[in-house]
Design a protein around this ligand. Structure first.
Ligand code: ATP
Ligand code: FE2
Length: 335
């Protein structure tokens, strides 16, 4: 019988349990999203949410038809990067389960997990990854045994920028999906021209910046531009900067696959822009299904599976969290 690797995600607002089989079959995650009543994420409150939802999520996981505790052969968890109090909850649950079940523990790099679940789901081999989430915006490619960060945001993550803009307009977290909706409604009217809603374009070599764009977008609404038009312009500008850097990364590395990952990769406009750029240069564009773009336990299980195949288990004494772990801190020894 095939074994199952359990994956636990708890880096920020999402607490999630997912599974993958030893042959790489992905199972949907059981997740709970912490939504602050007002303002941004308060790390302690998010961690309390994770602690309070642990039993409920484990109950839902264990009562799904195809689940059995006996089939679990390892427990993977997000070791970093992320918010310390949130990471600590996931790590404690993982240590408890691994000890109780007497199976190995696997401490996983959350950013690398976004890449590996995308490779599993789409079948792409050696992509440039455009990793666009709340906290992270990076253009990554594998070289010399690491996922190297070729370019990244110099200030805030693109999703964080969208969420902050949304919050100024009274739109609750997560703001990205609502901005997409308002933007679509505006562009369907067919009156699109960037001339009246130009925003600062934050590309600096291979790096990106979003805070100037955010300030200027808030200003445009204050000046009387409609919210839909500004949402549309914000998407056009911010996605164009990401796609531009991703294209340069494809050109520099000579790779011919682009993989999108992270919560903002749910956005259809970003997907279309990326696809157009790839088609223009004879490359292929991939993205995982939406539940595997946003944070989820299954992606943690998938990277755990790759690590387990290479014997990369995490000893209890090495299982401390690392809130500032970087994508390129993790040696990539699997194929
Ligand atoms: P990380 O720890 O990797 O930075 P994260 O904690 O930000 O991840 P994700 O679930 O990967 O979590 O991403 C959440 C972000 O994705 C939020 O900022 C949300 O607004 C954004 N998002 C989700 N759906 C869409 C969409 N359709 N369009 C734009 N942004 C979206
Ligand atoms: Fe993430």
């Amino acid at each position: 019988m095939e074994g199952i690797i359990l994956g636990i995600e708890s880096t920020a607002h999402t607490f999630s349990f997912g599974r993958v089989s030893t042959s790489g079959e992905l199972f949907p995650s059981f997740s709970s999203l912490y939504r602050p009543e007002e303002g941004g994420i308060h790390p302690r409150e998010a961690a309390d949410h994770h602690s309070e939802t642990t039993s409920l999520l484990l109950e839902r996981l264990s009562s799904s038809d195809d689940f059995s505790w006996d089939s679990i052969i390892a427990v993977a968890f997000s070791q970093g990067p992320g918010l310390g109090p949130c990471l600590r909850v996931g790590a404690s649950v993982a240590r408890t389960l691994s000890t109780r079940l007497s199976v190995p523990l696997l401490g996983v790099n959350h950013c690398v997990a976004h890449i590996e679940v995308g490779r599993n789901q789409t079948g792409c081999k050696d992509p440039v990854l455009l990793y666009v989430s709340g906290g992270n915006t990076q253009v990554i490619a594998r070289a010399d045994g690491r996922y190297r960060v070729l370019g990244e945001t110099l200030d805030i993550g693109i999703g964080n920028m969208l969420d902050k803009f949304a919050r100024t307009q009274g739109i609750p977290f997560p703001g990205g999906p609502e901005i997409e909706k308002l933007s679509n409604e505006f562009s369907e009217k067919g009156e699109t021209s960037l001339d009246d809603v130009l925003l600062p374009y934050g590309v600096h070599g291979m790096d990106l910046a979003f805070s100037g764009m955010l300030t200027s977008a808030v200003q445009k609404v204050a000046e009387g531009k409609s919210l839909g038009e500004v949402c549309w312009s914000l998407q056009e500008h911010s996605f164009a900067t990401c796609v531009e850097v991703a294209e340069r990364a494809l050109a520099h590395t000579g790779k011919d696959e682009l993989l999108l990952g992270g919560g903002v990769a749910c956005n259809e406009r970003l997907r279309n822009m990326s696809k157009m750029m790839c088609e223009d240069r004879g490359a292929e564009c991939f993205w995982p299904d939406k539940p595997y773009c946003i944070d989820n336990g299954t992606m943690i299980a998938e990277l755990g599976r790759r690590m387990l195949e290479c014997g990369l288990e995490t000893e209890l004494m090495d299982s401390g969290i690392d809130p500032s772990l970087r994508t390129d801190n993790t040696a990539v020894v699997w194929s």
